[in-house]
Design a protein around this ligand. Structure first.
Ligand code: PXP
Length: 242
């Protein structure tokens, strides 16, 4: 059964709305772990829009499950990852104007820079994952670039509205999942997953982890972080039993 990675960025987004000390994303990481999260995920952006350097250092100290750092290939950020050594680094594209990570990383299009960053992070003992669109060419390029894992971008599925589109985007994920497994990669999924759309993806055998942020933090406002994480874990469990 796939594990649940809880992305705590949005807790920091609320804090940064007032540039104050609350709510603390580090507290959110504690609560998520108490509820059974298998992984804590955060994105240290170049613009420090939500997660701050102080959060990264505290998270490294207090997270007892897997710690997954989403990051661009910016040299300052790569340096911080090499120093902090999260368990896993997920390489994402980053663009200053975006509301959230938009497309997947173009591993094929910037192969030599990607391969260099992967090698440096891997040499430091960090598992390196590529956040990619569910496309066979990107899966193959990720394997060739030395990634141990890929996170398939589930955004096209999450945004699909008609039954036909939903079926097509699920099929695209199924193909990329199988390609990834056959290439010997660990396969994760994430982006846009919610309590309403997680089941069909979680029912696919082979995903190791789902990274979910916005939906969990949104629910946590009303039911608390612990309850929100428990409910998402239950859905993933139920889907795996079907
Ligand atoms: N995975 C990656 C690589 C992401 O960039 C994000 C967003 O930060 C997520 C998962 C979580 O997406 P969401 O907030 O839509 O659940």
């Amino acid at each position: 059964m796939a594990g649940l990675g809880v992305n705590i960025d949005h807790v920091a987004t609320v804090r940064q709305a007032r540039r104050t000390i609350e709510p603390d994303p580090v507290w959110a990481a504690v609560e998520a772990q108490l509820a059974g999260a298998d992984c804590i995920t955060f994105h240290l952006r170049q613009d420090r829009r939500h997660i701050l350097d102080r959060d990264v250092r505290l998270l490294k100290q207090i997270v007892q499950v897997k710690l997954n750092m989403e990051m661009s290939m910016n040299e300052e950020i790569v340096g911080i990852a090499l120093e902090v050594k999260p368990d896993q680094a997920t390489i994402v594209p980053e663009n200053r104007q975006e509301i959230t990570t938009e497309g997947g990383l173009d591993v094929r299009g910037q192969f030599s820079r990607v391969a260099e960053v992967v090698r440096r992070l891997s040499d430091a003992g960090i598992i390196v994952s590529a956040f990619i669109d569910p496309e066979p060419a990107q899966v193959a390029a990720s394997r060739d670039a030395g990634f141990q894992a890929v996170e398939l971008h589930t955004g096209r599925y999450a945004n699909a509205t008609s039954p036909k589109e939903i079926a097509a985007t699920l099929e695209e994920l199924r193909i990329a999942l199988n390609d990834g497994l056959q290439a010997g990669l660990v396969v994760h999924g994430g982006h846009g997953l919610t309590y309403r759309n997680i089941m069909p993806v979680a029912a696919m055998e082979g995903f190791s982890e789902f990274n979910i942020g916005h939906s969990i933090v949104s629910r946590a406002i009303f039911v608390g972080m612990r309850q929100a994480v428990i409910e998402m874990k239950q859905l993933i469990e139920q889907a795996a039993k079907k």
